[in-house]
Design a binder for this molecule. Structure first.
Ligand code: PSU
Ligand code: MN
Length: 310
C-alpha cells in the first residue's frame, strides 16, 4: 500500500515506531454488529482491555475518506450514532469507492486485515468472521479470501452457526489458513463455545500462539492465521437456544429476500431480538475477552521478536 493511503493516530504511530505491541480492531461490529449504546461501550471496552493487558489498540475505519489507523473515542461515537445507512460496511471491494467519495466506512475483518497489514500490525482481535452461507455456494465472505492472502493473525470466536461451518473450514483449508483453537480442540461457534468441528491444532497459551505466528510470518507465505477463542463459559448461549434463534432469523431473511452484504447484519439483529439479552451478553463478553487474548498474543509475539533481534 502507498504509505500516503493511511492516516495515523499519534499514539498508534508512536507505539509502532517504538516497536511496542499493537492490536488492530475493526469497526463493522460498532456500526452493524451491536446495537447502540452497547456498540460504543464495547468498542471502547475492547480498547481498554488491550491497554490494561499492556498493548496499544488500533481501531480501523474510513473517516471522511481517510483510511485511519487508530480511530479516536469521539470518532467512534460519531460512527456509532450516525444515521442508519450513512456509514458503509466496507469489505475489500468497498474501500476504494468509499475513500474516493470521501465517505465514512466501517471496516469488516477483510478490510481491517488489509489496513493492519499495511500498518505493520500482525494481530487483530474481533468477534467473528464471515464464512460460507448455507445454501448459497457463491455467497462466501471476502473474509475467507483475505485470510488466504494477507498475513495477519485474526483472534476471534470463529463464525456463527447460521453459516455453513464445515464448508467455511474447507475454504480456509483451500486458502492455506492455519485454523487454531485457543485452549480448545474445536472451532468455536461464536455464541456457543464449540461447533464440534476439529481445528488443525490446539494452542495452550499466548506464547504458543506467538511462536506459530512468528514461524508463519518468517515463512513469507503471505496468508493469515485464524485463532478461535471460545466465548467465556459463564456467558455462552446453549446450543439449542442459539440454533433456534439462528434458524428462525435465517428463515425470515429468506422470506424477506434479504441476501448479500445485508444478510449478516440482519441475522445478527434478529438473533439479538429473539434471544433477548442473551446473545448480546455473549457477544459483548467474547469481544472483550478476545481483545485481552489478542493483546496477550501481541505482547508474546513482541517479546519473541525482541529476543530474536537482541
Ligand atoms: N460476524 C459476527 N459479527 C460481525 C460480523 C460477522 O458475528 O460483526 C461482521 C464482521 O465485520 C465480518 C463481516 O468481517 O460481518 C462479514 O460480512 P460478510 O459475510 O458480508 O463478508
Ligand atoms: Mn456475503
Amino acid at each position: 500500500m502507498n504509505p500516503s493511503a493511511l492516516h495515523w493516530d499519534e499514539e498508534v504511530a508512536t507505539a509502532l515506531s517504538e516497536g511496542q505491541p499493537v492490536v488492530a480492531l475493526e469497526t463493522n461490529v460498532l456500526t452493524h454488529g451491536l446495537p447502540f449504546p452497547q456498540s460504543l461501550e464495547t468498542s471502547l471496552g475492547m480498547e481498554t482491555a488491550i491497554r490494561e493487558a499492556g498493548a496499544t489498540p488500533a481501531t480501523v475505519a474510513i473517516l471522511q475518506g481517510k483510511l485511519t489507523i487508530g480511530v479516536s473515542a469521539a470518532e467512534q461515537e460519531r460512527l456509532a450514532q450516525a444515521p442508519a445507512g450513512s456509514v458503509q460496511k466496507c469489505s475489500r471491494r468497498d474501500l476504494a469507492p468509499v475513500i474516493a467519495r470521501g465517505g465514512d466506512g466501517a471496516t469488516t475483518v477483510a478490510a481491517t486485515m488489509i489496513a493492519a497489514h499495511a500498518a505493520g500490525i500482525a494481530v487483530f482481535a474481533t468477534g467473528g468472521i464471515g464464512g460460507v452461507h448455507r445454501g448459497e455456494p457463491f455467497d462466501i465472505s471476502a473474509d475467507l479470501t483475505e485470510l488466504g492472502r494477507t498475513p495477519v493473525a485474526v483472534v476471534c470466536s470463529g463464525a456463527k452457526s447460521f453459516l455453513d461451518l464445515p464448508n467455511t473450514i474447507e475454504v480456509l483449508e483451500t486458502n492455506g489458513v492455519p485454523v487454531l483453537g485457543y485452549q480448545i480442540d474445536t472451532l468455536p461457534a461464536f455464541f456457543q463455545r464449540s461447533t464440534g468441528l476439529r481445528v488443525d491444532g490446539r494452542i495452550q497459551d499466548a506464547e504458543e500462539a506467538a511462536r506459530i505466528i512468528r514461524a508463519h510470518l518468517q515463512l513469507g507465505v503471505r496468508n493469515g492465521i485464524l485463532i478461535g477463542v471460545p466465548v467465556p463459559e459463564e456467558d455462552a448461549l446453549s446450543a439449542a437456544e442459539s440454533e433456534r434463534a439462528i434458524a428462525r432469523a435465517s428463515r425470515e431473511a429468506a422470506d424477506r429476500g434479504i441476501y448479500g452484504k445485508k444478510l449478516t447484519p440482519f441475522v445478527l439483529t434478529r438473533v439479538g431480538e429473539l434471544t433477548a439479552a442473551g446473545s448480546l451478553r455473549a457477544n459483548i463478553s467474547l469481544l472483550l475477552n478476545n481483545a485481552t487474548v489478542g493483546a496477550d498474543i501481541a505482547i508474546a509475539l513482541n517479546q519473541l521478536e525482541r529476543a530474536a533481534s537482541a
